[in-house]
Design a binder for this molecule. Structure first.
Ligand code: PLP
Length: 394
């Protein structure tokens, strides 16, 4: 007997993947340079040379039996110690090896973190617009995802609605800064108020509400500004990080959960997540990748192309009269569509070979997402197509 839940999911095809596949077909017909594919958040710059060198050194110098052997269920000790030291240096919080749990990307990190702090039937709150995979990450634990409505045009979290929705059933709040799809960085004011509300409600309900902070875009920040670190504002925070974007390693599947020092359950949370892995069959990420990344924690890929692309597109969209917030980071822009139905707007954009993603997939209507992790020359070539799209609505 096949499982109907997973079979049912086959009917809901990802609009992002569908658009990306269409782009490939279209490029085969009319040439890559004529298709402006802003659908997929796949890094467009190579990993740093230091990562390649670290892999080569490990392969050349280490005993292969040890290098490719099983690592402890809590992850590679060298990686865990190096990440803790890196977080201490960067944020001045006393993380130790015991606080770090290596995972397969941010996806694995969020799935483990949410499961560790919820029980079936509990509620998890997140803010619209949100990364659509939060649905399966949360629902797979037996908890329910509830979505706080958006606050356009700035897209900082809507904290008034949040306070109303933060009932006794909520055990976990899931945030994402810098944000996919808006590119917005949560401000220090937002995080201060969020922490105040969590503290007040935790006290009122007699249990701590955990904050799970999804931060795969932390290193892609614009205008020379630092991204405020949510765990610095609220003690009961599990930070979920990924090397997919910072080191351009999405296929290598490495991230981690960092349990904030002083968090409730700090002493047991990593061991609990190692137990959760037994249920999901996740086990540890590959040892060689953990070892290589341990040696690259203070570098990133050359991420500057994303800011260059953002400036080109943001300035053009503004000049064309789009309502759009200037992103503080990521490689996404989230302008308002020029008609109410974002799906219809994206179909219209396709007539000019501009491939955009309608916001419905992120839990908001009327906007589109542009993932500008593509060549700058291609961004420049796409600007006349944007002009034609805007002209079609005049
Ligand atoms: N969270 C957000 C907001 C993302 O955009 C992504 C990937 O694009 C993930 C989590 C998953 O990241 P990873 O590929 O590291 O698992």
């Amino acid at each position: 007997m096949l499982n109907e839940t997973y079979r049912g999911m086959l009917a809901h095809k990802s609009v992002i993947r569908e658009t990306f596949m269409y782009g490939k077909q279209r490029a085969a017909q009319i040439g890559y340079e004529n298709v402006f594919d802003y659908s997929l958040g796949n890094p467009s710059v190579p990993c740093p040379e230091r990562f390649t060198a670290a892999m080569q050194e490990l392969l050349a110098q280490e005993d292969p039996v040890v290098l490719h052997g099983y690592c402890p269920s809590q992850g590679d000790p060298e990686f865990r110690t190096a990440v803790a030291a890196h977080l201490n240096r960067t944020f001045g919080l006393p993380y130790a090896q015991k606080d770090i749990f290596p995972t397969t990307g941010a996806a694995g990190a969020i799935a483990h973190a949410v499961r560790a702090v919820t029980r079936p039937g509990d509620e998890v709150l997140t803010f619209a617009p949100y990364f659509p995979e939060y649905g399966p990450y949360v629902e797979g634990t037996g908890a329910h995802l509830r979505v706080v409505p958006p606050q356009a045009p700035a897209f900082q979290p809507n904290l008034e609605a949040f306070e109303q929705m933060l009932t006794e059933k909520v055990t976990c709040v899931l945030i994402n800064t810098p944000n996919n799809p808006t590119g917005v960085v949560y401000s220090a004011d937002t995080l201060t108020r969020l922490a105040e509300i969590l503290t007040e409600k935790s006290r009122a309900y007699g249990h701590n509400i955990f904050l799970v902070s999804d931060e795969p875009y932390r290193d892609i920040a614009f205008d020379g500004r630092a991204v405020p670190y949510p765990a610095a504002f609220y003690p009961h925070t599990l930070t979920c990080f990924s090397f997919s974007k910072s080191l351009s390693l999405p296929g290598e599947r490495l991230g981690y959960v960092a349990v904030r020092p002083g968090c409730e359950g700090e002493e047991v949370l990593v061991d609990m997540m190692a137990q959760i892995s037994r249920f999901t069959g996740h086990n540890c990420p590959p040892s060689i990748i953990q070892r290589a990344v341990s040696r690259c924690l203070d570098v990133t890929s050359d991420l500057s192309v994303y800011e260059t692309n953002m400036d080109l597109l943001y300035n053009k969209l503004k000049a064309l009269g789009f309502e759009v917030e200037r992103p503080g980071g990521t490689f996404y822009l989230f302008p308002k569509a020029l008609e109410e139905d974002a799906n219809a707007f994206c179909r219209r954009a396709r007539e000019f070979d501009l491939l955009l993603v309608p916001s419905d997939t992120f839990g908001v209507t009327g906007y589109v997402r542009l993932a500008y992790c593509i060549d700058t020359e291609q961004v420049k070539r796409s600007l006349p197509a944007l002009e034609k799209l805007a002209a079609a609505y005049q």
